[in-house]
Design a protein around this ligand. Structure first.
Ligand SMILES: NC(=O)c1ccc[n+]([C@@H]2O[C@H](COP(=O)([O-])OP(=O)(O)OC[C@H]3O[C@@H](n4cnc5c(N)ncnc54)[C@H](O)[C@@H]3O)[C@@H](O)[C@H]2O)c1
Length: 278
């Protein structure tokens, strides 16, 4: 299956690092024109990795919580590229506190970047897609938006909002031939992951912990999320809308009950006894 985006204009928020960066690379390799954004100034980033794609990519520093900035960015895309075909709303931040210890500023900032950012970007790019006769939006939610984590009170709330906003948008914009889906990754090895978890024991301890928790015995790689995003954006996913595609190595397939070999032994003995009695 050859997925191609030749002639397509793709906008990626939070495309400067991590999952977004891996997705930008995938879209470029598949022939798309990619305009990506990040919170970083351009001179803080290394663009040499895109040297084979001159004229096919563009970077803008963009604060997704600033409605006016988002509005003029959308205007720029409309004027220079005649509108957007694919929007990947990926910019996001994490915060970890239990509720009564969450500083109000951090609660508000987590909501602002993760939820309002998706709202502003979608608000100003949807009219371009409607005008073009269709499009695709992919949001980055998280398994933390589908289930709860210890200490992630603001993040759980924000990603839960993104997960359900995705369903709502899929319903409201199907009439315009716009599909809206989300990717819901588990832990992904990016700077967000290392920055956040370094403070609680460092990369090695964390990777070990995750290898014990995840059925596939490791954390997700950014490229594995990027592959799912590109698939959802492609014609191959033409009848998929309104889903949160979980990418977590099987973590949330589990009920959460402790794995207990004593219990397994009791059940096996019971089954054997039952079988003998029949
Ligand atoms: N890493 C994980 O374990 C994980 C798991 C599930 C979901 N996610 C989500 O994936 C997305 C990408 O995260 P990542 O892991 O690649 O982390 P990352 O820190 O490498 O990337 C975050 C991106 O968001 C941008 N960004 C941050 N604040 C912004 C703001 N105010 N305005 C505009 N852009 C801003 C950054 O410039 C960067 O491009 C986030 O939405 C995150 O919540 C990450």
């Amino acid at each position: 299956m050859d997925i191609r985006f030749d002639g397509k204009i793709i906008v990626v928020s939070g495309g400067s690092t991590g999952i977004g960066e891996a997705t930008v690379k995938n879209f470029l390799e598949s022939g798309g024109t990619v305009i990506f954004t990040g919170i970083e100034k351009p001179d803080c980033l290394d663009f040499t990795k895109y040297q084979n794609y001159q004229g096919k990519y563009d970077y803008k520093q963009l604060e997704v919580t600033n409605e006016e900035e988002v509005k003029s960015f959308a205007l720029y895309i409309n004027e220079k590229y005649h509108g957007c075909d694919v929007l990947f709303n990926n910019a996001g931040i994490i915060d970890a506190h239990i509720l009564h210890e969450t500083p109000t500023q951090e609660w508000l900032r987590t909501m602002d970047v993760n939820v309002n950012g998706v709202y502003y970007m979608s608000k100003y790019f949807l009219p371009q897609m409607i005008k073009k006769g269709g499009g695709v939006i992919i949001n980055t939610s998280s398994i933390s938006g589908l289930q709860g984590d210890y200490t992630f009170c603001s993040y759980n709330t924000a990603k839960g909002a993104v997960a359900n906003l995705t369903r709502n948008m899929a319903l409201d914009y199907a009439q315009y031939n716009i599909r809206v889906n989300a990717v819901a990754p588990g832990s992904v090895r990016t700077s967000m992951y290392s920055k956040f978890f370094d403070s609680v024991g460092g990369q090695e301890i964390l990777d070990l912990g995750h290898s014990l928790q995840y059925p596939l015995k490791r954390v997700t790689l950014p490229e594995e999320v990027a592959n799912a995003v590109v698939f959802l954006a492609s014609e191959q996913a033409s009848f998929i809308t309104g889903i949160n595609l979980v990418i977590d190595g099987g973590l949330t397939a589990h009920t959460g009950a402790q794995h207990n070999w004593e219990l397994v032994k009791i059940i096996r003995d019971y089954n054997k006894k039952e079988a003998k009695q029949k």
